[in-house]
Ligand binder design. Structure first.
Ligand code: ZN
Length: 214
């Protein structure tokens, strides 16, 4: 928590503007800006409410949570629907989809889309009143085939990988490369990630690997 708070204070003190998923519906907010940032948490652990909600509110930093649907309101380690609604109503927290059973989706043919996508969206709508437009892959595992599938057959407008990579459009959807923030890394690494340096670097490396086959 100490490290996390230091990182968030850095964003606050340096004038970063944070967004909820709801605000990304306005495409004006998706235009590139150096100091715009989208903070996301995966799975929907209860600590996203008990440990950080008040703290983030006090700094006026918005954040987002991808809900692992099968656990929400069921498993005590995860958020309850009441806490989800309270956070959403505050305007500080946005919510997205993260499948039902948290499977690897690298092989899209191995999953049950009725359960992992359609049922998730319906449950989301029942509890929160809208269908999610943001989705992130469990474990970050995906393939171009899974991107193609979601672009074509789901209602998700923004699909988040865990690659520290550039983001791009696929038809009218966006594939976002995210930076993972790791507790153990020094503050300067966090700052580099926030500045976008890691995305430039890893995109370059990936391009070179693709070109040379090494
Ligand atoms: Zn997850």
């Amino acid at each position: 928590m100490d490290i996390f708070k230091k990182q968030m204070k850095y964003l606050h003190d340096n004038g970063y503007v944070t967004y909820t998923f709801d605000e990304l519906e306005n495409t004006e907010n998706l235009k590139f800006c150096y100091k715009h940032i989208v903070i996301t948490f995966d799975d929907g652990w209860i600590s996203n409410y008990t440990e950080i909600f008040d703290f983030m509110k006090s700094l006026k930093l918005k954040y987002n949570i991808f809900l692992s649907m099968g656990k929400i309101g069921v498993d005590k380690s995860y958020l309850t629907w009441d806490s989800v609604r309270e956070m959403h109503n505050s305007g500080i927290v946005g919510f997205g989809a993260h499948s039902f059973t948290h499977p690897s989706m690298a092989d899209i043919n191995a999953i049950n889309p009725n359960l992992e996508i359609i049922e998730v969206d319906q449950k989301f709508k029942k509890e929160l009143g809208y269908e999610p437009h943001d989705f992130c892959y469990p474990f970050g595992y995906y393939s171009e085939a899974s991107n193609d599938y979601l672009v074509k057959y789901s209602n998700y407008m923004r699909i988040y990988t865990s690659d520290m990579n550039y983001s791009y459009m696929k038809e009218d959807k966006i594939i976002f490369g995210r930076n993972s923030i790791v507790n153990e890394e020094p503050m300067r690494v966090f700052i580099y990630k926030v500045l976008g340096y890691f995305n430039i670097f890893s995109t370059l490396v990936n391009r070179i690997v693709a070109l040379t086959g090494k």
